[in-house]
Design a protein around this ligand. Sequence first.
Ligand SMILES: Cc1cc2nc3c(=O)[nH]c(=O)nc-3n(C[C@H](O)[C@H](O)[C@H](O)COP(=O)(O)OP(=O)(O)OC[C@H]3O[C@@H](n4cnc5c(N)ncnc54)[C@H](O)[C@@H]3O)c2cc1C
Ligand code: FES
Length: 256
Amino acid sequence: MKIEILPVVQCEQLQPTVYALHLRSAYFSGNIKPGQFINVKVQGGVYPLLRRPFSVAYKNQDIVTIIFDVVGEGTRILSEKAPGDTVDVLGPLGQSFTIPYPGYTAILVAGGLGMAPMPILTQFLKEQGITNIETFLGARSENYLVDYNLVNVHYATDDNSKGFHGTVVSLLEKWLAENTDKSVYVYACGPNPMLRALQSTLKNRSLSGQVSLECIMACGVGICQGCPVESINDEKKYRLVCKDGPVFDIQSVMIQ
Ligand SMILES: Cc1cc2nc3c(=O)[nH]c(=O)nc-3n(C[C@H](O)[C@H](O)[C@H](O)COP(=O)(O)OP(=O)(O)OC[C@H]3O[C@@H](n4cnc5c(N)ncnc54)[C@H](O)[C@@H]3O)c2cc1C
Ligand code: FES
């Protein structure tokens, strides 16, 4: 883990409020694993004080990309970055997605900006020989669907503006019912209600998977104890999202 000042290569608008920020760093490109995140100081000076956590979404040679929605001051500042600017980045942080065994169909399930870690996971799975990948992408409307470098995408929207009308978990259930012959393993990221629904769907079908959790973080490195998640069937009652996660076995955590 280290701190580096990274030059901005490009800030690309993907949707009305969603941006891809491309940063140059051989170190981060070489060391980041899928599901890990970086902690970004969005500008010099004291405001905003805290670093903001972002999953690394993609890497290409010495460029790493984060994809974010503008939800507050930090992400607004990031959305205005341009070539010639720099950002101060700490990382790589947290635990990554893993391949538990060979030879399955990987099911990637993302709600909204939960898609952020999926492109780099797709790259990793392909490199490791997991080439059967199905991606389930849901959002409240088409304007929040971001399919940057994803493969075999099945879309779902709450308002019926694109793809299946309903939640991404309902869409996945439909697909699972039609594909009972496949051996599947699931990777997920998104809002907690979606992840809770997915947790129960997988439990009912005796399917396994990993989930990347999000929560508000302060230090991002395991010091402040501000990001606990209750663990299930584990002698350690609480785990820290920033240090023990953000990636967990989906049946090992109580998703609030
Ligand atoms: C491990 C991790 C990885 C993340 N990866 C991404 C990513 O790849 N792309 C992306 O768009 N976002 C990601 N997030 C969320 C992102 O960190 C926040 O959206 C960002 O910090 C908001 O900063 P801000 O200054 O713009 O908003 P703030 O002014 O800090 O907050 C604006 C609003 O967003 C809410 N909020 C802030 N942080 C979070 C959070 N972590 N979870 C839920 N609500 C929050 C606040 O409660 C407030 O209502 C990630 C969070 C974590 C913990
Ligand atoms: S954010 Fe400080 S311990 Fe996790």
